[in-house]
Design a protein. Structure first.
Length: 236
């Protein structure tokens, strides 16, 4: 019997071929090792970018606004030095704020102003809420005196609810003519009190006596009305 001789030269070639096949099998594993971390990195970068973009967008939408730091009564006169006492600046959603909202305390410190309406704590201040002058109240800038008046019959003597900051006209019945006569106008109410003398600062309660500001030239007429007794008060 004859045996087939093995070709020694072919053996190494087969070995090399097997090694090449082994190397080809390992190649996909290397690709996975490189690509997976790369994909994770790309996803993380994209997520961070989106978050930063949202934060930037949110910051862009925020707007500075001036708000009251405490309740401010109607017809209050705020001097430039008192602005920091009554108002603060905060950031809010710009889409929810009208264009006429104040955005800086600097604008309010240029000169004094009056409030047109009661402004609650935390309420945004708009240009229509204040005014630089008031013909009825400017008279008090040069000084005034404080006096008290009372009404004997609230239902007939007072129209509306009077509280601090109200502007009123004071009438009384002239005993000589028995007619209701105007004695003092544009009087500033500094305080309102019930029949027990308790000061009223809310809408609750019935005010029957008041402390008011009057100019020196008005004192005589005010005293005359008080002496006549039957005072009637009309709110502006």
């Amino acid at each position: 019997m004859f045996e087939k001789k093995v070709n020694v030269k072919e053996a190494p070639k087969q070995g090399k071929k097997e090694k090449k096949e082994k190397r080809q099998v390992k190649a996909p594993g290397i690709v996975k090792i490189v690509l997976v971390p790369l994909l994770i990195t790309v996803v993380l970068v994209a997520a961070i970018y989106l978050v930063m973009d949202k934060m930037t967008e949110r910051e862009t939408l925020l707007k500075n606004v001036v708000v009251a730091s405490q309740d401010v009564r109607v017809n209050a006169y705020i001097t430039p030095d008192e602005v920091d006492q009554y108002f603060d600046v905060i950031q809010v959603d710009g889409n929810a704020v009208a264009e006429n909202a104040y955005t800086s305390l600097k604008d309010l410190k240029e000169k004094g102003f009056y409030t047109n309406i009661p402004i609650g704590s935390g309420q945004i201040l708009y240009s229509g809420n204040i005014k630089p002058t008031d013909a009825r109240l400017d008279k008090y800038k040069s000084g005034y005196e404080v006096t008290s008046i009372a009404v004997s019959n609230f239902d007939k003597g007072v129209n509306g609810k009077l509280r601090e900051g109200a502007i009123i006209d004071v009438y009384a019945v002239d005993p000589a003519t028995d007619e209701l006569t105007l004695y003092v106008e544009d009087v500033y109410v500094a305080g309102a009190f019930d029949s027990s003398g308790n000061e009223l600062t809310t809408e609750e309660g019935v005010a029957q006596s008041f402390t008011v500001y009057v100019k020196a030239a008005e004192i005589e007429n005010m005293n005359r009305a008080i002496n006549y007794g039957e005072i009637h008060i009309y709110q502006k």
